[in-house]
Write a protein that binds this ligand. Sequence first.
Ligand code: HEC
Length: 464
Amino acid sequence: MFRYLLLLAPLFTLLFCHREINSGSGRKAENNYKTLCASCHGPTVESFVQRDWKHGSSRLEIISSIGGNFTGGANHHPAQKLNEKEVQELGQYIIDAIVERKQKMITEGAPTNGVYTSQGMTVQLDTIAGGLENPWGMAFLPNGDLLFTERSGKLWRITPKGKKTEISGVPPVLVESQGGLLDVELHPQFATNAFVYLSYSKFRDSAGVQLATTAVRRARLEGDRLVEGLDIFTALPYSNTRYHYGSRLEFDKQGYLYISVGDRGDQDANPQQLGSDCGKIHRIHADGHVPSDNPFVNQKGVRATLFSYGHRNPQGVALNPLTGDLWETEHGPQGGDELNVIRAGKNYGWPVVSYGTHYDGRPFTQLTEKEGIESPKTYWIPSIAPCGLTFINSDRYPAWKGDLLAGSLRFKYIERIRLDGEKVALREPLLKNIGRIRCLTVSPDGYLYVAVEEPGFIFRLMPK
Ligand code: HEC
């Protein structure tokens, strides 16, 4: 019987190859998916579309998971039957399928074709880039080109017409869990000095164990290359965890650079201990020097770059263009995400004071307020997992002018916050279901750009 099949094979090839040439590997991957994976993960990759990924969502991480490279994975994952190429094709198939489904959901979720209505504003999504791997940071060049990072370790320039070019010369980064190439920011006088700042997860080997930390690299942009790269800040100590890097970069009007660093998962050793850089917001000069008026500069055993402390994982930092104040959002434990105004030398409480609970529901601390500890301007229960923060100061969105926008990874929307001084006067959800929001920024010509992940898109909001 087998012999006859072999004899028939050339006939089949003749009959079908004209259809198979382009889509052969895609179709094979689709078949493999349907026979080996669909029973558990859904016939149209449902379980991956709205997922809190446990083992990572980059192409390489998905491919690694397909091979069963996670605890318990080897026992039941059926990919052992596949060869390496088939596993890679399957990984690409899943990513393509997620992108397709997601694009559909985004346009179908909105009333018509990417149009969203809020109190007093109607906006339409304009896709700037799609199919990205976890875009994390964005910064506009003076000529209107957008620089953006992908967490997987790439820096891109995209022109207003959509031409995308990779920028070389980025530092090697540790792409694991929440680590990778993270924020990007320009020097306030970029037009004359071309300095670009990148935050990233820096790593080193210690007796065979890989340790990681948050670092900031400054380099000059020369054409499509970064040159003269120099790490101007490296948070100490390094740790063997792979999360809570913080990593937002923001300049203020005086030209100080603020760097947020998460607690790296060690709430006892870091946020309240002033000898550690982690769980803090730091302030340095643009060349890395410590400002002489930093709050703890003369205190023994305290890090001189330290500006504020008691933070968990600050992933949204924005300068209020009117007052010059620095606003911040950070992830709470389970509930208790915070919106803060950051002031020199202040303690923001983690883990002494929190509105959050442990992931199993036990309260962290009975305290939600304490003398000597700054209270948040607002907090979120349940956690929205805030990431990305910006003020709207342009005239493009009249109904949102002056408002603070906070992105949510978990609930996939933007929260618009109307402030009355420092009080939260109104909160409205915008762009529901647009995707896990990673970064928000406003272009020099006043448009809001939104980076979402899993799968990665960058959208521009066009007022209608
Ligand atoms: C018998 C059920 C079952 C089958 C069949 C199966 N998986 Fe899984 N898969 C799981 C479970 C259970 C997990 C672990 C999820 C977790 O840790 O929460 C998982 C995890 C994964 C992950 C990682 C998800 C994450 O959150 O990081 C990927 C990717 C994946 N599977 C892909 C596949 C592919 C591709 C196939 C087909 C070759 C497949 N799986 C077949 C049950 C299955």
